[in-house]
Write a protein that binds this ligand. Structure first.
Ligand SMILES: C[S@@+](CC[C@H](N)C(=O)[O-])C[C@H]1O[C@@H](n2cnc3c(N)ncnc32)[C@H](O)[C@@H]1O
Length: 567
């Protein structure tokens, strides 16, 4: 196709750019394509200026676009407009999107699954993989009107394309290309080492070691990034060159092996795919279910469960925020807490009494809230950039994949697949937003999943409350945070944060943030009742074994365990 004169697609997502011994940087030319894997995670095909491989291909695949977020946004918007326009033209009906919905996604994921199924089938039959896969890719690449399944670079109505279908993007500063080594569609072996100078990735987080099969030798080794039936054996040896891990952005979302004692059951796979797909709709990383302890396929009680990564589902009678009362800022470049209009109601100040944000420039939570305070992030009426604003952190999609795993004694719990820095915001507690009266009425299992939103509530019950009280129940809908267990020595905490709502409505989100650096696959825990812990400390541990009414024994195992929890 004519488009290949502009770029020749790469089929080598598994390249290693880190050990090529050069520091040469390459000019970024533009995004030329995208694809979505079976989990709904998107990656982009990048073209670099004046660079190509020995075979003439000159693009790389990249999932972490943090270095080029403005270009990514431009591309995403352009593609979305194109698809919407195509839909409008074809159906003649008005297309309305729910927040966070990407309308072409379901079809795309289904087709990506089809490819993966073909791949697995080939494995089962022990066929020479590359012959088949090459054919599949050839047919995809030679198909100029592919409906957006694999590539979106040159569809009909692409006004931003030149005559050959290549998107025109502005010139970018010099960056180093990097390659996504973990795509589920990746099936090609690594390029031989003696090729011309290769691009070097920008210094960004080094992925945690990925599990590989025992003898990485044959043609198809390293080829499959997603094998849900494979058993991990040992991690890859550490590479020589040390890449400094930026605390603010741990390893990018990646496809991992699922570790389980036996092959994952269809129920397991379905749940994992559903949750990951729903998370991906909100732009968030994958969610895996792992049970290395017993035969339980999936956590109990999830039949009919509705996954919502980033918003509440309001029960009948719970008011919606009125957008006209949102205080917003008019910052054009970077927000500054002292002048940001949306910070008028914020109480967070530094030692000199000047308003400051709750986050560092690396988007880590500073833990500078006093009791009764909440973080006010920039909102949908603010003029600042939704992705780069330093005061939009809890509202960003989660970039860390999560494993919901079976603990030895405490049901299911959660952990991250990568190391986490202190101050990393991982997500918010979602579910059904209900009144406090309704929360009190609810009984049984549901009780275990109810979180009170009590930022403005007085300690003393006799004090008249100014605000309506709400709670969040994640028994029937919610996200991965419903599986966070309690520990008396937790490694995360919760803080209240608002955006797109007025603080007075008393419906903040509860964000989970790490309070220490956490090694990958360590269980993530919070203290369910920090006030009780404080009292326990004050009483110097007296009454440790006396269970308050309605409490149950705590089995967190911490040295300083207070002995009980209340839900
Ligand atoms: C929000 S759920 C946490 C997820 C839960 N483990 C599951 O499998 O669904 C809270 C429930 O987990 C259990 N739990 C969490 N932490 C605990 C702890 N430290 N000691 C005892 N039970 C705990 C209790 O049954 C509690 O009601």
């Amino acid at each position: 196709m004519a488009r290949r004169e502009i770029w020749k697609p790469s089929r080598r997502p598994l390249e290693d750019w880190e050990n090529d011994g050069t520091d040469r940087e390459w000019e970024f030319s533009g995004i030329v394509g995208e694809e979505i894997d079976t989990f709904g995670v998107k990656r982009y095909e990048i073209k670099w200026k004046d660079w190509q491989r020995a075979d003439g291909t000159n693009t790389t695949w990249q999932r972490d676009m943090s270095d080029m977020s403005d270009v990514q946004r431009e591309w995403d918007e352009m593609q979305e407009d194109k698809r919407l326009e195509a839909a409008r033209r074809n159906t003649g009906v008005k297309v309305r999107l729910e927040p966070g919905q990407v309308w072409h996604e379901d079809a795309t994921i289904e087709m990506a699954r089809g490819y993966e199924e073909q791949y697995r089938e080939a494995l089962r039959r022990n066929l020479k993989l590359y012959a088949r896969w090459d054919n599949t890719l050839k047919s995809v690449h030679s198909d100029s009107d592919d409906g957006g399944q694999r590539r979106d670079g040159g569809g009909a109505g692409d006004e931003s394309s030149d005559s050959t279908g290549s998107p025109r993007l502005p010139k970018r500063k010099r960056l180093r290309p990097s390659s996504d080594r973990t795509s589920s569609m990746a099936t090609q072996p690594q390029e031989p080492r003696n090729n011309p100078p290769r691009p070097v990735p920008p210094s960004r987080p080094k992925p945690t070691p990925r599990f590989v099969r025992d003898s990485p030798s044959s043609d198809d080794d390293d080829a499959m990034a997603v094998d849900l039936t494979a058993r991990p054996t040992r991690p890859l040896p550490r590479r020589r060159r040390q890449v400094v891990r930026s605390d603010s952005s741990p390893s990018p979302p990646r496809t991992t092996f699922v570790r389980s004692r036996s092959s994952p059951s269809p129920r397991h796979m379905t749940l994992q795919e559903q949750w990951t797909r729903m998370a991906a709709r909100a732009g968030a990383a994958a969610i895996y279910f792992v049970n290395e302890v017993n035969a339980e396929e999936v956590p109990p009680g999830l039949d009919g469960f509705r996954y919502c990564e980033r918003h509440y589902i309001r029960a009948v009678g719970v008011p919606e925020p009125d957008e006209q009362y949102l205080l917003s800022c008019e910052c054009e470049l970077s927000c500054d807490a002292q002048v940001c209009g949306c910070q008028e109601l914020s109480d967070i100040v530094d030692d000199f009494g000047d308003k400051v944000f709750a986050y560092t420039d690396q988007r880590q939570f500073k833990d500078n809230l006093s009791p009764g305070e909440e973080v006010i992030e920039c909102n949908k009426n603010c003029s600042c950039d939704p992705r780069s604003c330093p005061n939009r952190v809890a509202q960003q999609p989660r970039d860390v994949p999560i494993e919901v795993f079976r603990t030895e004694e405490c049901g299911w719990g959660v952990r991250a697949t990568s190391d986490l820095p202190k101050g990393k915001v991982l997500g918010i507690y979602t579910g059904e937003l209900i009144t406090r009266e309704e929360a009190r009425r609810r009984t049984g299992q549901s009780k275990s999943y109810i979180f009170d939103l009590d930022v403005h509530e007085a300690d003393d019950d006799s004090v008249e409350e100014e605000y309506a009280k709400y709670s969040v129940d994640s028994y029937r809908c919610g996200n991965w945070t419903r599986f966070i267990n309690h520990s008396c020595e937790p490694n995360m905490r919760v803080y209240p944060v608002v955006w797109d709502t007025v603080p007075e409505l008393n419906q903040p989100y509860l964000a989970f943030v790490t309070t220490q650096t956490i090694v990958a696959r360590t269980e993530l825990t919070i203290d369910y009742d920090p006030k009780a812990t404080e009292e326990h400390r004050r009483s110097k541990g007296k009454g440790r074994r006396i269970l308050p009414e309605g409490a149950r024994p705590c089995i967190c195992g911490a040295d300083s365990c207070r002995g009980w929890i209340t839900i």
